[in-house]
Every structure is written in C-alpha cells, then in structure tokens.
Write a protein that binds this ligand. Structure first.
Ligand code: ZN
Length: 108
C-alpha cells in the first residue's frame, strides 16, 4: 500500500506543478488587446480556452487523486465507490488513483 501512496503523492505533486504553470500570469493580464490584429486576438482566445480545458482536467485529476488517498486511509482503496466491487489489479496498475471500476467509470 505504501507504494500506492508514494505513486499517488507523486502524481499529486505532478498535477500541482502543471496547475501552477497554467495559473502563472500571462504578460497581457487576460484582456485581449484590441490593438492587435484580429487573427492574433482569436489565437489568444483559443489558447486561453484550451488552457481552461487543461486546467479543468487537471483539477479533476487532482480531485481523483485526493479521493484515492482518502480511500487508502480508510482502507477502501481498490473498491469501486459506486458498486462496491473490487476495481481489479490491472486497472489499478494502470490508474492507481481509480476510484471506480471499469463499468462505472464508463458510465460516469
Ligand atoms: Zn463499480
């Protein structure tokens, strides 16, 4: 179990680092400078949208890791949160922070 905890904590640190990179202030302070050509403005907006999407994904992953750490603490790591069945060694090897079995993960 300690290996799993080490893996989860390393994943958490990795996510936190990535989030910090995304949250780093951009030089143009979030406002689109209308002096810039439309093309530039649009690409900045697209960049920002993809940053938001990445940010949300990382937040979700961070939340999942927190849940998995809590399950380690209460001894339910490896048990699906929805159906209560074992998540399975193969899936946990691939995704140590998995809190749902394959079926319930596919449904969510
Ligand atoms: Zn399940």
């Amino acid at each position: 179990m300690e290996d799993v905890r080490t893996t989860l904590l390393a994943k958490k640190a990795e996510i936190t680092e990535q989030l910090a990179l995304i949250q780093a202030p951009t030089e143009d302070h979030g406002s689109i400078d209308f002096g810039k050509r439309v093309g530039e403005g649009t690409s900045i907006a697209v960049d920002r949208l993809s940053q938001v999407a990445v940010h949300d994904k990382l937040r979700l992953a961070s939340h999942e890791v927190d849940q998995a750490l809590a399950k380690l603490d209460d001894g339910t790591h490896g048990i699906c949160d929805v159906c209560g069945k074992p998540i399975g060694a193969e899936r946990l090897e691939a995704l140590p922070w998995a809190v749902l079995c394959v079926e319930d993960a596919a449904r969510s």
